[in-house]
Design a protein around this ligand. Sequence first.
Ligand SMILES: [Fe+2]
Length: 297
Amino acid sequence: MILSQANWNTLKRQGFCHIKSIFPWNDLPDCREISKLISASSRTIEDIPGDLRSFLANEVAPTFDAAISNLKINLSKDFEWCAIHIDPKKSDRIMRQDPGYHSDPIIALNGAMDWHLDHGSYYLHRDHTNRLIFYFPIFKETKDKGNLALIPKDELMKIDPFTARKVEGRGALRFRVVEPDTIEWFKRRFQTHNLTVGDWFAIEDYYDETPGWQLCFDPEKEKIVPDLEVGDCLIMRADVIHKTDDSDINRLSVRCDIPPYNVLRNINFVHRMLIKMRIIFGTKKAAYYLKKIEKVI
Ligand SMILES: [Fe+2]
């Protein structure tokens, strides 16, 4: 995949760019293997079949040098892979019984993610400036459903410059609206605020000193939702606010992240040591999440 200068300019301005038709959909390696893994596994799968990985890596690798020079970011030449599955048959809204300070009061069981900046990669490497994400739909029934929604960086700077500056290079943030059935949770978290249903908040999941802050905009009114098809790629910086736009169709996508230069490689032993170090020396919020990861690896 080779990006035009217009593509790079869009990526610089918005923080993301939709590249259309980089390969014919029937060129993709057989995805039956990954489909089997999905039916037997949870929503995020890290074990991507080798032939699919090398097919997509061949698309990503030619963009490295231009990404570094156009975006002025410091990337490694490593790949981090995962697949995300949306299952429309499962529930997208379940109210948690007595949600704690760190938890979301509402959870989805179908793989959909509400507005956020990714957590795991930020807890480990604390650098979402120098991380680039290549997102490929692998199967998808229709282009206008099962997409990602994103908040363009240039628009964010116009409508809420405080938030735009706060999220620069960041991860480990959620963005949620106060609803009639979640207002009690918000009252416990934002004790000094006068809360109203319909207010939007950034939920700070990294720094211990603050619960977060109120947004000056409604992400649902500012979002852009590219219509992605199999054969397309969405390239995004890791500090672009995003979510699953809808979970109406069965959809599988593979994500290839290029992590920052100089991070410890994602080898099992090193990975475990890094998690332990961050639990001991990081913030309490980071430790809370990383202890959960530590239990499952
Ligand atoms: Fe995400």
